[in-house]
Design a protein around this ligand. Structure first.
Ligand SMILES: [Mg+2]
Length: 367
């Protein structure tokens, strides 16, 4: 069967880019979004930051005080600290998605700044047309909205997603079906979405640090080091046989847990600690059920009961706790409305996949 042609689009440092436009800032000045740093004494967290700030090792969910130590704001340093402007991101996101979706046979928004497009029919199965289309989309998003974006083109969700990471920012990478093996050749296993730090460490203990090492060891040896399911999955990744399904509908099947605080919390570190616990529980539950998921969602309820859900889907269904842990922490940090007391936090694993044989015997928690 002929391969599908999938495109993954990922906006470059989206939140920071939107703020830079909104406040007319210099993109080369380190911009840190998050809690009030209070001259380095602030106890909140970093929501996100731009590329200039990332050069200082500043990351989403890092304590704001540590960000300040790495790159102080005025008067000592050059860092620019800002609180997120609510509403700005979803407005910009809607405009980007409107541009992207008009060219796709099938369209799936994966998060506020990421989308998958199936353009097989639109491009008549022609990979050169797909490459030309991504160039057009990239310039349209820049010209109309002033936002930088990166694109990956490939025959599976994983290849498309990894392609958009390849030459970031403002990059385009295409992996043709006959280039899949060379694409993975010598590539660190850590770069493959779905292989979390724990799995990577485990593989490294067996001398497997690249996809070539994995390939040389083969499925049976890999199964002995990890699990049969992981081994057969990684072989399918290398063979370019993982999912190419772009689904506009989010599955309602999910497993989730939430926690209501006895008193509303303004201390985000303790909320993150609770979220960590919830992710661990949910992922254990998923493992016990023998299911994996492609969507992670963080729920935040503020004082007064206003509730927001923030989601992100990954290229393939996984049950790796560390993958969803990073995703959940990132979603929380990027989306939490700082200075608002939090009443409840929750985590949900969605778009579940399971072995067919067990499907009928499972029951799912619905929100
Ligand atoms: Mg992005």
């Amino acid at each position: 069967m002929a391969s599908r042609i999938l495109i993954h689009c990922d906006l470059d440092a989206f939140f920071a880019a939107v703020e830079t436009l909104h406040h007319n800032l210099d993109p080369d000045v380190p911009l840190i979004l998050g809690s009030d740093p209070k001259g380095g004494k602030g106890r909140g967290i970093v929501s996100t930051c731009n590329y200039a700030a990332r050069k200082y090792g500043i990351r989403s969910a890092m304590p704001i005080g540590e960000a300040w130590r790495r790159c102080p704001g005025p008067p000592q340093g050059t860092g620019h600290y800002l609180k997120s402007t609510r509403g700005l991101y979803s407005r910009a996101s809607r405009k980007v998605m409107a541009i992207l979706s008009q060219y796709a046979d099938k369209f799936e928004q994966a998060s506020i700044d990421e989308a998958y497009l199936d353009v097989t029919e639109y491009c008549d199965g022609d990979w050169d047309k797909a490459l030309a289309l991504t160039r057009e989309l990239q310039s349209e998003i820049m010209e109309q909205l002033g936002l930088s974006s990166s694109f990956g083109i490939g025959s599976t969700r994983i290849l498309a997603k990894m392609g958009s990471e390849e030459n970031k920012p403002a990059g385009i990478h295409r992996t043709l079906p006959d280039e899949i093996n060379s694409f993975f050749e010598g590539r660190p296993v850590r770069e493959v979405p779905g292989i979390g730090p724990k799995t990577a460490t485990r593989l490294a203990e067996w001398g497997i640090t690249t996809m070539s090492d994995a390939s040389e060891n083969g499925e049976i040896a890999l199964a002995r080091f990890t699990s049969e399911r992981f081994a057969s999955w990684i072989v399918r990744v290398i063979d370019g046989e993982t999912s190419d399904d772009i689904s506009p509908l989010r599955s309602r099947k999910s497993v989730g847990k939430e926690h209501t605080f006895e008193t509303d919390k303004i201390d985000y570190q303790s909320v993150i600690n609770q979220l960590t616990l919830l992710v661990t529980k949910v992922m254990k539950r998923a493992k016990d059920m023998g299911v994996s998921g492609r969507l992670g969602e963080v729920k935040i309820r503020y004082q007064g009961f206003e509730t927001h859900t923030h989601g992100r889907s990954i290229p393939v269904a996984m049950d790796d706790e560390s993958v969803f842990m990073r995703l959940a922490h990132g979603l929380f940090a990027e989306n939490v409305e700082l200075e608002r007391p939090i009443r409840l936090v929750g985590f949900r694993l969605g778009n579940l996949e399971m072995p067919d044989t067990r499907q009928s015997t499972l029951e799912f928690e619905e929100e």
